[in-house]
Structure formats: C-alpha cells, structure tokens
Design a protein around this ligand. Sequence first.
Ligand SMILES: Nc1ncnc2c1ncn2[C@@H]1O[C@H](COP(=O)(O)OP(=O)(O)O)[C@@H](O)[C@H]1O
Ligand SMILES: [Mg+2]
Length: 272
Amino acid sequence: MVADLTAADFLQASQQSPEKPSSNIEAAALQVESLGLQLDGKVILHGVSFSLPTSGVTSVIGPSGAGKSSLLRCLNGLLTQWSGTISVAGASTRQWHGGWDQLRRHVGLIAQKPVVFNASIRANVCFGIHGWRQRRRADELVEKSLQQAALWDEVKDRLDAPAVTLSVGQQQRLCIARAVAIKPGILLLDEPTASLDPRSKQLIEQSMQQLAKETPLLCVTHDLEQAQRLEGSTIFMCDGRVIEQGESKQLFTQPQCIETREFLRWSVCDCN
Ligand SMILES: Nc1ncnc2c1ncn2[C@@H]1O[C@H](COP(=O)(O)OP(=O)(O)O)[C@@H](O)[C@H]1O
Ligand SMILES: [Mg+2]
C-alpha cells in the first residue's frame, strides 16, 4: 500500500515530539484491565486483562475473529470507544499527555500490510522526526533505524530511491525502521510477517528479538511456530477473551486450559 507524503504531513508529525507521562510508579509497560469493546452493537472484547513486562516479546495467538486486531487498535488509541482501563507506563491512555496522537507515537503499530509513503526510503524512515532535513545526525538515525529493522545492508546505496521500488518484505522492514526511529515505548505488530517471503520473515523475527531487549513488543501471529521462536510469553485469545497467558515454553508444552490445548492441536477453538 502506498500513501502520498505531503509537506503538511511532515509538518503535522514534526510538531509533535514524543511525550512520556510523568509517573512515580515503577509500572508494567502496559496494563490492561477489564477491557471491553462493542462495535456496531456486537461485543468484540469481553473484560480482557493482561500486562506486558518492560521488555521481551509477547505473542498473541487465537483463531480469526478472536478480537486480536481490535485489541491492538484499542491499545494505541485507534479505537477509543472501549470500556475498562489501559495504562501505559503507569498512566491511563485516556489521560495521555497530548492526547491520542501522542499516544500513537509512544505505542507504535505495525500493520499486516506495509504502508509506505510516496517518498524516498530516507524520507520514509524520517517521517515523524522533527526537523530531520536540518538535523546533522539524521544520517546516523537513518542508518541505526534501518539496521534495527535488518534492512540497512539492502538499501544503504539507494537511500534516495523511492520506497515503492522495494519488495513487500523490504517495505515491511522499512515500516519497522520508521516506527523505531521515533523510539516508541511499546511496539505492537499485527501479523507482521503474514504472506512475506521466508528471508524477510526470518530477518523480521531477528530484528524483533533485538528490539525486544529494550522495547516491549506485542505481536499478533497466526504462526504458532513463530510464537515459539520468539520465546517470551504468549497470550491465547478466543471469542474476545484472554483464555490463557504464560511463558511461551510453558504454554506450548503444558497448556493449562482445554481450549488452549485444542487450539494448539487443531488451530480451531470451540469458543467461537
Ligand atoms: N468495525 C467493525 N464493526 C463491526 N464488527 C467488527 C468491526 N471490526 C471488526 N469487527 C468484528 O470483530 C471481530 C474481531 O475482529 P478482529 O479484531 O479483526 O479479529 P482477529 O484479528 O482476531 O481476526 C470479528 O468478528 C469482526 O468481524
Ligand atoms: Mg486480525
């Protein structure tokens, strides 16, 4: 998918620098309590509760329609009509300093289909960085972000080429570079490697494991092997509920709930 990047977009994004809430409480990176969501009169999430540690990958697995994407959209404020509490670094997202736009800078979201702007690779990475054209250290930031996204080696000689000339797998890594360039506090990923070539998938997983050393990642995946490779912890969701959450090694080898066992065996669940 390609989006046109205008000067106004740059201006709007650059006027907003990341703001973290002030909080004296040493908190989980993300705390969700009794999260409920209705869309068009249909209950999508039923009292979802869980927390994310301050680093590491947490995978979210579950059948199609379980509410996984809707959950991510509530967490970064793309959906706001939810009930319950979502706290990031100890602060309620409803009272986030600077509002939902600022929250979305702090809680980045990588979608399944990469969205690159109709601009150069370099400009795509810098989207959202205040005054990047004048910044002496912009080159350093571009290199670091592209390295973190495991794309640097493939594009270092053509940073001014249009981003649309990249393969889909490269475009997804460019989206990750753009997200990490603004140093998010949390990164959400919604099936980031679905339908990508195996090499891009491998590079993205490796990049995620590196990023997770400093930033908590919440990754929805249909790929159960991927969730195990990413280690960390796993949340199993079905029919808008969290059925089970635990260390990935534990959950995949000794699931506590019968629904989890069935899902791991058959990839379907009787809940829905
Ligand atoms: N805008 C909407 N209006 C009504 N129902 C929706 C809307 N968006 C999603 N849904 C429904 O919410 C449920 C969960 O969807 P989704 O969060 O995309 O699940 P998942 O990502 O786990 O496949 C599905 O039944 C879907 O049809
Ligand atoms: Mg989904």
